[in-house]
Design a protein around this ligand. Sequence first.
Ligand code: NAP
Length: 255
Amino acid sequence: MNIGVVGLGLIGGSIFKNLLEGKKHSVVGISRSVNEFNVSKDYNNLKGCDIVFVCTPMNVTLEILDKLNDILDEKTIVTDVCSLKEFVSKKSYNYKFIPSHPMAGTEHQGWEYAFPDLFEGATWAVTPKNDTDMKDFEVLKTVIEELGANTILTTPQEHDKAVALISHAPMLVAQALCKNIEDNELAQKLAASGFRDTTRLAMSNVEMANDMVVMNRENIKDVVRILNANIDNLFDSDYKEEAKKIKSFRENLYG
Ligand code: NAP
């Protein structure tokens, strides 16, 4: 197959490097900054691609998808990799657009940090549109599986709620925990592996973190409300009752 990748940062660069290494497909990259064989600035090089992965920041992805509308025809399958799915799912294009989101990443960004095994064992959410032909989904799924990931089908709305629970709100909470110790030098000195593990998500790519919070704020606010209620419910004026609640909270945790 001919496969195109737009935006060779952490995600796009990792897709590109993996496909290049796999040597199964012919790969073309579109990048403003990477100078490599098979990479150019010219979107016209995507003409004739069977699949195009759009891997740009969320705040520019709609613009890129619009641009592709003038270049690609109805035979090309296009997917994006945005961390949110509802906002990209609203429009229709000349090409076959199947929104998706790989659940893989690191705190780094850019081509230098991209590596071919990033998606090994990862889950890759796909949110087909009403008019998506499932044969096209199967084609996309084959390539996603070659990248090392397993697909999961869902709706854009359910996806955005779920990622608020497992990724976006946890990132904010991690940042809030870091802020908590800002003025306490002793706490900073005592902080060890437990605090580091709990706050790892705080160091997300700043542009992506900002997009996530601004674009998924209602779902994130719901999660923070539930989180506050879960913690508040543990406290009780009766010490014994409180100890019981805390014990059962831990014992009944998911996973
Ligand atoms: P990244 O490392 O910053 O890569 C984004 C790339 O997009 C840049 O390297 C740049 O590539 C290109 N780009 C940036 N601004 C652009 C603009 N104005 N116009 C055109 N191209 C532009 O970020 P990333 O982590 O790969 O994130 C990319 C997408 O993946 C985002 O939509 C994000 O939500 C999603 N995602 C991220 C993660 C994660 O953990 N990082 C996980 C899953 C999904 P060139 O220099 O090559 O043009």
